[in-house]
Design a protein around this ligand. Structure first.
Ligand SMILES: [Zn+2]
Length: 59
């Protein structure tokens, strides 16, 4: 499933294809623009993203 991500470092928007996974998981995604890591906290339910938090992947 494609989700829209706003980079924590440069604030550019890009899309990332993530797996459909019911529940909560975290993923590190490198920004397509500045290549800095973003830590994603994703909560999905019934194939929908109900919560998405993006923080600094370097912390
Ligand atoms: Zn970026």
């Amino acid at each position: 499933m494609l989700i829209d991500i706003t980079c924590f470092t440069c604030y550019e928007n890009f899309s990332e294809d993530i797996e459909i996974y019911d529940g909560v998981h975290q993923e590190i995604i490198d920004c397509e623009v500045c290549c800095r890591p973003n830590k994603l906290f994703i909560e999905q339910k019934n194939g929908e993203v109900i919560q998405l938090n993006i923080s600094d992947g370097n912390e």
